[in-house]
Design a protein around this ligand. Structure first.
Ligand code: TXA
Ligand code: MG
Length: 346
């Protein structure tokens, strides 16, 4: 199929494009659009036929449920059976924004959206284009990240095109996204809410609003099944093997030399501050170490950029697990399939 592109530089001037994209979603086609986190691939959440097209285009396993995107609180009430106090407080504070809330599922939602679960994940994105498309379609829109399953999430329309051109009806190009990593997913169906996926909103920020929040033990320990089905899959991976290196720049450089000695083409993922310390085939800085937000914002772009070189292995620095650093390390660890070398642990 031919994938239509709508360029939206000014939301007011480009309103006809937004309306057309919304019409296509109403007609049960799938359309990619920007949110404040990453690009989403949207479809009518009430139509299992439309939602089925998302799974097919992404090659997504059918047991991995989707997040429903809404633009009004009335839509939320129609999608769930009840809204606990904790969820209300989080919604007041963080919506629209990069927080997805898991609640008990109401009636009407297509079964494939929730992969048969009795709960549903919902968020109100903080992006004018996303909100305008949802309002114009006048529908809740199911939307996973608009990448082929397993690849890094797209932070530009070009990334979406690389992965899905010819496989989806259209792409709304609204420029680069801001946060760069996906939303935090928090389950509010339990007495004490639990973070299922770290993201743009940190645990500290959640606890300021509702007190104690737990974290899915599978995020911290090996061998446990994560409560968020999507997290059991390898994800965000570049084509070359990715290895995280904990320790000094000298220790990382040593790994590079060892790999080069055995004839490998080697990349290094570092920061603007540290890039001068390395010698390798390709050195890509990902934001500044002093600003973890900037690392989050550029992470997927840099992981995708490595695919432009035919590398055998990429060594990546690690980042402090504070604030959004938790989400950065969660994604990097997944991308590396858990492969970590440490100067401190042998
Ligand atoms: O920022 C984001 O959240 C982006 C943008 C497009 O909104 N979307 C996104 O969707 O990251 P996706 O499909 O790539 O990730 C959704 C995650 C998956 O890990 C999935 O398993 C989990 O949310 N999820 C969805 N419904 C769930 C549910 N009912 N219970 C637990 N986890 C759920
Ligand atoms: Mg995804």
């Amino acid at each position: 199929m031919e994938t239509k592109k709508w360029l939206v530089e000014d939301i007011h001037l480009s309103y006809p494009q937004i309306k057309e994209a919304a019409e296509w979603i109403k007609a049960n086609e799938v359309v990619a659009f920007p949110t404040e986190t990453v690009y989403g691939l949207g479809a009518n959440a009430y139509s299992s036929e439309a939602v089925g097209k998302i799974f097919k285009a992404k090659g997504r396993p059918s047991d991995n449920p989707l997040i429903i995107h809404i633009s009004t609180m009335e839509q939320l009430e129609m999608l769930v059976t009840d809204i606990p106090e904790t969820a209300k407080k989080l919604i007041n504070k963080f919506w629209p924004g990069p927080l997805t809330i898991v609640l008990n599922k109401g009636v009407g939602i297509a079964d494939n959206v929730t992969a048969g679960l009795s709960t549903v994940a919902i968020r109100m994105p903080d992006h004018p284009i996303a909100l305008a498309i949802i309002s114009e379609a006048n529908l809740p829109i199911a939307a996973p990240s608009a990448n082929v399953s397993g690849k890094p999430s797209p932070t530009t329309a070009q990334h979406v095109e690389t992965d899905l051109n010819g496989k989806i009806a259209g792409i709304v190009d609204g420029g680069a996204t801001g946060v760069g990593l996906e939303s935090t997913v928090v389950d509010c169906t339990t007495e004490v809410p639990m973070i299922l996926r770290p993201g743009g909103v940190t645990r500290e920020q959640l606890e300021e609003v509702i007190g104690l929040v737990t974290v899915d033990p599978a995020l911290e320990e090996d061998g446990q099944a994560p409560k968020s089905p999507g997290l059991k899959y390898k994800h965000y991976a570049p084509n070359a093997k990715l290895v995280l290196v904990e320790g000094s720049t000298a220790f990382l450089q040593k790994q590079v030399f060892l790999a080069k000695d055995s004839g490998k083409k080697v990349g290094v993922l570092t920061t603007n501050e540290n890039k001068v310390n390395y010698e390798a085939d390709v050195i890509l800085p990902c934001g500044t170490a002093g600003n973890l937000q900037s690392v989050a914002q550029h992470l997927y772009e840099v992981l995708r950029k490595f695919d432009e070189y035919e590398l055998d292995v990429i060594y990546s620095e690690t980042f402090p697990e504070v604030g959004v650093g938790k989400a950065v390390m969660n994604r990097l660890t997944k991308a590396a399939g858990g492969d970590i070398l440490s100067e401190f642990r042998v």
